[in-house]
Design a protein around this ligand. Structure first.
Ligand SMILES: Nc1ncnc2c1ncn2[C@@H]1O[C@H](COP(=O)(O)OP(=O)(O)OP(=O)(O)O)[C@@H](O)[C@H]1O
Length: 272
């Protein structure tokens, strides 16, 4: 069995009287793709924000690579190897795609930026390496030919891939993807499945928040289900697919899981 890379213990986040994440124990094994699913408002994005350090927790703890990172700021967690994408894309729309990816590699401290401005030979070599690595990341997500295009001029699906390239370029230990399939068409979703598998093969562990079961089910090794901020279930895609509590929590809302089941039934009926 793989080692645990990320662990939350009774992690909780309150917004006034609302408990958005309520005492959740999450375990993510090194090397896996771990799905985080649940109905709208279940607390998935809040959970990602807690993991990345974009929100402080109200109580509970977060262990990453055996270190307690509960009180660490997002920048410190990024340096430790936790990178993320955002549900609402946070690209520099006027800048070329390549520059957007380079941002994922540039140091964030003032002193390092100061040294970069001096442009010593070492700095120039480092800059060439940054460009090279950014190009590799663009190629990896299939956006190599668009390196010089302004991010905002790319089709929406490409912008989603660009956001992943920026998070992945530093080869993080843990990649947090917040609804990467939102707004993608069928072909783009299939390409995303392939990309997530290749990210896994490259050795990066992923936590995937997603409503699209056609992306979650074929990519995830294990899934954690949240409902009203609480842990509802955890298990393999097979376990989750047949868990009556999960089906119940989704079916009432005409949810992704229901659509997926309908599609599967359609496929079964259509089979010769
Ligand atoms: N900054 C905030 N201030 C107040 N309430 C918030 C804040 N962020 C989230 N919430 C509330 O916390 C709950 C969980 O929200 P969250 O966005 O984490 O859910 P989600 O599972 O990601 O939903 P969705 O699938 O719709 O993105 C919701 O009731 C939401 O309104």
């Amino acid at each position: 069995m793989s080692a645990t890379l990320l662990e939350t213990r009774q992690i909780t986040r309150r917004f006034g009287g609302l408990v958005a994440v309520d005492g959740v124990d999450l375990d993510v094994a090194e090397g896996e793709v771990h799905g985080l699913i649940g109905p709208n408002g279940a607390g998935k994005t809040t959970m990602l924000n807690l993991l990345s350090g974009h929100l402080p927790s109200s109580s509970g703890s977060i262990l990453f690579a055996d270190a307690d990172v509960t009180r660490h700021a997002a920048e410190k967690r990024a340096i430790a190897g936790i990178r993320r994408t955002f549900q609402n894309l946070k690209l520099f729309k006027e800048l070329p795609a390549l520059d957007n990816v380079m941002v994922g590699l540039h140091a964030s401290t003032r002193s390092e930026i100061f040294h970069a401005l001096l442009r010593t030979p070492f700095q120039r070599r480092e800059e060439r390496e940054i460009v090279e690595r950014a190009r590799e990341a663009l190629d990896f997500v299939g956006l190599g030919p668009f390196a010089d295009k302004a991010a905002g001029s790319l089709p929406y699906g490409h912008q989603r891939l660009l956001e992943i390239a920026r998070a992945f370029v530093a080869r993080p230990k843990l990649l947090l993807l917040d609804e990467p399939a939102a707004g993608l068409n069928g072909a783009e979703s299939k390409a995303l499945v392939d990309l997530i598998r290749r990210i896994r093969a490259a050795g990066t562990t992923t936590v995937l928040v997603e409503h699209h079961m056609d992306v979650v089910m074929p990519t995830c090794d294990r899934i954690t289900v949240l409902n009203y901020g609480k842990l509802l279930a955890k298990g393999t895609p097979q376990d989750i697919r047949h868990n009556s509590e999960v089906i119940g929590a989704y079916l009432g809302k005409g949810s992704a899981l229901k659509r997926e089941r309908a599609a599967q039934e359609g496929a079964v009926h259509a089979a010769p």
